[in-house]
Ligand binder design. Structure first.
Ligand SMILES: *[C@@H]1O[C@H](CO)[C@@H](O)[C@H](O)[C@H]1NC(C)=O
Ligand SMILES: *[C@@H]1O[C@H](CO)[C@@H](O)[C@H](O)[C@H]1NC(C)=O
Length: 159
């Protein structure tokens, strides 16, 4: 009976989590233990940047240039009936400002720890020498999971 209870709790935890980490550009804050599914650093659900404080820009990106964004589905949360998606966007962190979506990738049920690499073009029309965030979001579209997981990298836009 005791064993059964433990098993049930494990299943509930599994169902209630999905995880996302961004490797390139490296996400804000720590990124520890991501070779295992269920890493704490990949479970940030506060818009827009997971609730982590802004950091010094990790890199500069030129408007109109291409960049390969790499992120990890740390824990799968695919719901076959209502598949979710990953979105890469650029913008400023404060709420009320517009984020520009750069690319969307459907969640096709890939297993936990899958890496996704996607080329994006940094839009023109941003403000040079301003701080922006490159944001990855995992929209689960799964009623048993948090709606969205977020990661951000702080970047500076160059003209
Ligand atoms: C960026 O990628 C697009 C699409 O692949 C390509 O057409 C464009 O020439 C690339 N731009 C640069 C600056 O490399
Ligand atoms: C991204 O761009 C690089 C360099 O242009 C190219 O080698 C690579 O195949 C592209 N990757 C994807 C997923 O389109």
């Amino acid at each position: 009976m005791k064993c059964l209870a433990v098993v049930i709790i494990a299943i509930v935890l599994e169902v209630c989590n999905a995880h996302l980490c961004m490797l390139s550009p490296p996400q804000r804050g720590s990124m520890v233990g991501i070779n295992k599914a269920g890493a704490t650093d990949c479970i940030l659900t506060t818009a827009r940047c997971g609730g982590r404080p802004a950091e010094k820009p990790i890199m500069g990106l030129k408007m109109g240039s291409n960049f390969t964004v790499t992120f990890q589905k740390n824990l799968d949360h695919y719901d076959k009936a209502t598949p979710g998606a990953f979105h890469v966007a650029i913008g400023q962190e404060r709420q009320g400002t517009q984020m520009t979506n750069l690319v969307s990738i459907p969640d096709a049920g890939e297993p936990s720890l899958t890496l996704y690499s996607v080329n994006v073009t940094i839009p023109t029309g941003l403000v040079s020498r301003q701080l922006y965030v490159l944001q990855t979001a995992y929209v689960t579209n799964n009623k048993d999971a948090p709606a969205v997981f977020y990661q951000c990298a702080d970047i500076i836009i160059e003209g």
